[in-house]
Design a protein around this ligand. Structure first.
Ligand code: SAH
Length: 378
């Protein structure tokens, strides 16, 4: 006998939540960063390892999938940067965290306008998720003869390098510090992830460290009581790691992400699932978790390494300066159908919308000290 009843969706803890609850009950609370690293990157249950994050049927959509214009303009920016580097006959073209591979595919298509750029490029996709690598391979099949995947940027050979990172730094683990005392030399405690148990029912919850901390380096002055300060050591370490490359070989990096241009207080630890805001401690492994990027902290790290920093500027201004309007007009001329024309226009408008992505997203470039200001930052 068959039944047509729709079964209720299971709402219990995810496998990763169960694992974390056991771990925390045995060893004590963990940092927000350790939680984030596991929720996103756990080799079996991590979000990027086990789920299909992108697009209408996934949890969120990123700029390259909103409009091809995004990748095309960035492709043109990379070609200009390659020229500014002296058009080396061999260079590394690196993307960090390439998602579905759409951005690189659009970059390589625009690259065909400058065959010497494509000939000189060795393309490296820095991706830790095996599942996403397969998607990227599908997207990029037969697009470039020298295309490979690596786990870490250190696996990319030394030499002139162009790096692009869209929505990569926002998924690096952060630590959060909460102000708990007004008048004290050590007014901060770390926000941790603990367990709230009621009989058989256990859920993850926020808790505070017993240990107290003095003001953190880079913190702005004058925090309100209960202020939260976020620190992304992994992001800063990443800049420190690539700094010697950017110094020794004419090279440039482009970072695009949502975040703030000045270090500030605030809780930006957030999750999204099925295109809706989600509690960051609910369903670890089944939701995307991010934090806003502190561009000022990245810029400080880069300047301390004697690198050139341009920006951050708003994504809307950056793409407009690179010629978004003209590119959209051109695309509309070659597309006959009104419906497609409408989509081309609305997608591009979303990228530069001052009430949305155009301002929330920032763009920053880090270059070898000998290079001049790149396009888009005038
Ligand atoms: N840049 C893409 C996707 C952003 S989502 C876009 O714009 O659409 C984040 C991406 O970074 C995913 O591909 C994820 O698997 C990858 N990622 C996350 N942490 C990483 C790490 N530490 N090293 C390499 N890739 C990572």
């Amino acid at each position: 006998m068959s039944s047509t009843h729709v079964l209720p969706q299971p709402t219990g803890p995810t496998p990763l939540e169960e694992r974390l609850i056991n771990l925390i009950e045995e060893n004590g609370p963990i940092s927000v960063g350790d939680y984030m690293a596991d929720a996103l990157g756990h080799p079996q249950h991590g979000y990027y390892i086990s789920q299909d994050p992108f697009g209408k049927d996934g949890d969120f959509t990123t700029s390259p999938d909103i409009s091809q214009v995004f990748g095309e303009l960035i492709g043109a920016w990379l070609i200009e940067s390659w020229q500014a580097m002296g058009a080396p006959s061999l260079f590394n073209l690196v993307e960090l965290g390439p998602g579905r591979g759409t951005l690189m595919s659009d970059i390589l298509r625009i690259g065909r306008l400058r065959p010497a750029f494509l000939d000189a490029a060795r393309v490296f996709m820095v991706e830790t998720s095996g599942r996403l690598r397969v998607q990227q391979q599908r997207t990029l099949d037969n697009t470039h003869p020298a295309l490979s995947w690596v786990d870490h940027i250190e696996d990319v050979p030394l030499g002139p390098t162009l790096i692009v990172a869209n929505e990569f730094f926002d998924c690096l683990p952060i630590r959060q510090f909460v102000r708990t005392a007004e008048k004290s030399d050590e007014p901060w405690r770390e926000r941790l992830v603990g367990v709230n148990r009621d009989g058989d029912e256990a859920r993850l919850c926020f808790t505070l460290s017993k240990q107290t901390y003095p003001d953190r380096p880079g913190m702005p002055n004058g925090s309100a009581p209960e202020a939260i300060y976020e620190e992304c050591e992994a992001g800063q370490k990443f800049i420190e790691e690539i700094a010697p490359r950017l110094k020794d070989y004419k090279s440039r990096m482009l970072i695009i992400d949502y975040g703030h241009g000045r270090s500030a207080f605030g809780d930006t630890f957030q999750a999204v699932r099925r295109h809706q805001a989600w509690h960051p401690l609910a369903s670890p492994g089944h939701a995307d978790i991010t934090a806003h990027v502190d561009f000022a902290a990245l810029a400080r790290t880069a300047r301390a390494q004697e690198l050139r920093v341009d920006g951050p500027v708003h994504q809307g201004d950056f793409l407009t300066r690179l010629g978004l309007v003209q590119r959209v007009e051109k695309l509309m001329q070659v597309r006959a159908e009104d419906k497609v024309k409408g989509l081309v226009k609305s997608g591009a408008e979303r990228l530069v919308d001052p009430g949305g992505m155009g301002k929330l997203f920032k763009v920053m470039s880090i270059s070898s000290p000998s290079l001049d200001m790149p396009p888009g930052f005038e």
